[in-house]
Design a protein around this ligand. Structure first.
Ligand code: IMP
Ligand code: MG
Length: 186
């Protein structure tokens, strides 16, 4: 198994050691499979549109949808909040709006990580006006700081430690998204 400074990790990071590997590949894969089963069970009928929030959810979403064993549609939302910093700015811009119709469908918004919840609160407000049949959130990681979107947060992969995490889609200034595990960058 990879440790923070084994050669395969350093090759991927360009020589920068990570502080620790918080969730390894096998742990993530097991949990994503469970989440897929939970989602399959939770939506016995109706149209289900899985909306991935880019860019952070791209790896999680692609693994997750292949573990959902019922018909779905997939589309994306692009919002931006963090810029290059490690602290949430609270400003959310919607850069791409899904083209797929939302009316009458179950909407499942897929997010990489919930920190303050500001990003999602803003998006839920926007999506809430579009006559969806239901609106819920699936987050791979939850820092458990956000209170405003608790009621819509229906599926959670892992409780996240209060650290800055990278990998499996999560970035720092657009780097490290490609790491197959989730690491504490420090
Ligand atoms: P929030 O609006 O504060 O909940 O921030 C959520 C967004 O911030 C996520 O979609 C991520 O893109 C980013 N984010 C929050 N925490 C982390 C982290 O630990 N590592 C990388 N990105 C993070
Ligand atoms: Mg980000």
């Amino acid at each position: 198994m990879s440790t923070p400074s084994t050669p395969d990790v350093l090759r991927r990071t360009g020589g920068r050691p990570v502080k620790s590997i918080v969730f390894d590949e096998a742990t993530i894969a097991n949990r994503v499979e469970e989440l897929g089963a939970e989602i399959t069970e939770a939506y016995p009928d109706g149209d289900l549109l899985v909306l991935g929030l880019l860019k952070g959810s791209f790896i999680f979403l692609s693994d997750l949808v292949r573990k959902i064993e019922r018909p779905i549609q997939v589309d994306f939302l692009v919002a931006s909040s963090y810029g290059a910093g490690k602290v949430s700015s609270g400003t959310v811009r919607l850069l791409y709006d899904p083209e797929t119709r939302l009316e009458g469908k179950h909407i499942l918004l897929v997010e990489d990580i919930i920190d303050t919840g500001k990003t999602l609160k803003r998006l839920m407000g926007l999506l809430g006006t579009r006559q969806a049949r239901s609106l819920a959130i699936c987050a791979l990681l939850d820092k458990e700081l956000a209170t405003e979107v608790r009621s819509e947060l229906r599926f959670v992969g892992f409780r996240a430690p209060p650290a800055f995490l990278v990998g499996y889609g999560l970035d720092h200034a657009e780097n490290f998204r490609h790491l197959p595990f989730i690491a504490d960058l420090e």
